[in-house]
Design a protein around this ligand. Sequence first.
Ligand SMILES: Nc1ncnc2c1ncn2[C@@H]1O[C@H](COP(=O)(O)OP(=O)(O)OP(=O)(O)O)[C@@H](O)[C@H]1O
Ligand SMILES: [Mg+2]
Length: 378
Amino acid sequence: MNAHQSLAIGQPIAPPEAISPAATDADAMVRFEAIAKTYPAYRGKPGVNALENIDFAIPRGSITGVIGRSGAGKSSLVRLINGLEKPTAGRVIVDHRDISALAGRELRLAQRSIGMIFQHFNLLSSRTAADNIALPLEIAGWTKADIKARVAELLALVGIADKHDRYPSELSGGQKQRVGIARALATRPSVLLSDEATSALDPQTTRAILDLLANINRELGVTIVLITHEMSVVRQLAKEVVVLDAGRVVESGHVADIFTHPKHPITQSFLAEAIGDSLPVSLASRIMAEPAAGGLAVIRVQVRGAGAGDTLVARLARELGLDVSLLSARIDEIGGQHVGSLTLGIPLGISGGEDAVTRTLAWLSQYQFPAERLGYVA
Ligand SMILES: Nc1ncnc2c1ncn2[C@@H]1O[C@H](COP(=O)(O)OP(=O)(O)OP(=O)(O)O)[C@@H](O)[C@H]1O
Ligand SMILES: [Mg+2]
């Protein structure tokens, strides 16, 4: 096995030892080959190993989410894609070209086919919306007439044709990001990089911007690389996901596969946040460690897969002849799969006997529903 194991996104998840060697699929838009990125030590500050052993491919035309905690290396990864940073080792292939080997004019030309949007929009406050969008076209040497026509087209595309003459200070966050998106698309890039582009927006505006990005992907075929620390963003928009932790890829694949069967603790914690694995306060405060006669045992059941949870409580009650109570439930849909948990109350015997609990756990295990006993309530 290659020292730098690789995992083309979209392949079924496999244990690390079964991962295939370097992604060679011709249809990759971006390919990281044995990438390491170390920021060198300077003025007494130690160097930082930001990325190590990065090998994966981003399929052409996909929306791929890169998710990780703060400091995981997400921004370092995107800056390698547009050549703002050079890898310490390895190559970054964008649209069949080694961007890490380019410099000067060649690099600037290649960068025109890679658009980028930012968390804080990075608009010039002294320029109107239209003039911000025009900037990359001016730099690329377009004629005044061509720029005027293209800017009008872009403003309409992002849904703010009426904001042509507005300055950034006169726009809402969502409108500023629409200007940012229009500017990023001005030179008709094939890749759009989004580094936390919705992190400064409220949930409703976030949804509108994500819908716009989905349209852009669908209508223009632009490959989108979506950097985020928010599971909800990946879930709403991406089909593929790469989970980064401490500079390494810890999991990657289809969103539905990864989040219905998360293997790495980091992925599990993202999922737990997204589906709110915690119990309602009113229930949590009543849970005791010891059984009480005539009370309930509290059992949490993980639900993963299409339709998995729909009939679980009814079947359990019927097949075991038990008075099962549903204490809390949270089921979400991720990539068409149900993901969540049910918290059940299983009646204890009059003397606190656990026969029903034992039978319930055996039944759940027989149908492969992961379950745990959280405690008891009176
Ligand atoms: N220019 C730099 N010089 C030195 N170290 C850097 C530089 N840029 C990033 N780092 C370090 O590299 C690591 C990865 O940083 P990076 O910005 O890629 O993380 P991130 O996943 O984008 O985090 P966040 O979610 O907070 O934006 C961090 O430890 C960071 O301190
Ligand atoms: Mg970052």
